[in-house]
Design a protein around this ligand. Structure first.
Ligand code: SAH
Length: 225
């Protein structure tokens, strides 16, 4: 497979001057030779197949990236411990999550996350997995704000609730969905009922208790595909 690089600048028809970190990667790490092809993408949903000339890259073909799913899944993840949260950003990007919304819920222990690290992890996972866009990471939202956001964006809401009798596989998949996954200690009863008042469906992921990060990935995989 051709090496993919995300470029922050918009890629024009003729090509781009490659940032020096990417040039270094190509020349010294991958030892690429002029004439070799790479794929550049700028988050527009297109892939720019380009030819390396030793200094820069000339675009030879612009193609729509067809790996992006039609269905947009917004993962509303209650903030978790650093490593678990970062694992979710990485795996969620590989699975095709459209946007990540870190949420502060009643039982959240951790209250923030490192945004710069999150974006770096997402960029690398997007390059590696062939995404055409970079999933957006929002700032931390409190639970109420998150519900408002779901309403404003007209997302259909699903909340992962171990006590639900309805399995996630019975949920109708819609074009724009919000998936809420709780913190280590789970959601409170009040939070679950609040989401139901907002028209959410509470869904189970099976009879076994999953860790929050496992639940996030299992549920995302279900909804994305
Ligand atoms: N003791 C807590 C467990 C929390 S697990 C509780 O009873 O809620 C952390 C989060 O992962 C949960 O809030 C839920 O969103 C999700 N989760 C874990 N296992 C699940 C399951 N079997 N079905 C649905 N959601 C699950």
């Amino acid at each position: 497979m051709m090496q993919r690089f995300y470029i922050e600048k918009e890629i024009g028809p003729s090509g781009v001057t490659l940032p020096k970190e990417i040039l270094h990667q190509m020349k010294s790490v991958l030892r690429m030779k002029p004439g070799e092809k790479i794929i550049l993408f700028d988050g527009s949903g297109y892939d720019f197949i380009s030819e390396f000339d030793g200094e820069g890259a000339k675009v030879v073909e612009k193609v729509l990236n067809r790996r992006e799913s039609e269905r947009k899944i917004y993962l509303f993840q209650s903030v978790l411990k650093k490593d678990n949260m970062e694992w979710i950003f990485q795996k969620g990007t590989e699975l095709g999550i459209f946007e990540f919304v870190p949420v502060l819920s009643a039982r959240s222990i951790k209250k923030d996350f490192n945004e710069a690290r999150a974006n770096k992890i997402i960029k690398e996972a997007a390059e590696q997995s062939g995404r055409g866009i970079l999933p957006k990471v929002h700032e931390v939202m409190d639970f109420k704000k998150a519900l408002e956001f779901v309403q404003e964006e007209r997302l259909s809401g699903v909340i992962a609730d171990p006590n639900s009798k309805k399995h996630i596989s019975e949920t109708l998949k819609e074009s724009k969905m919000a998936l809420f996954v709780g913190p280590e200690g789970g959601f409170t009863e009040e939070e679950i009922s609040e989401t139901k008042e907002h028209g959410f469906k509470a869904v189970s992921l099976g009879k076994l208790q999953l860790r929050a990060e496992t639940a996030a990935i299992v549920a995302s995989a279900f909804l994305v595909s």
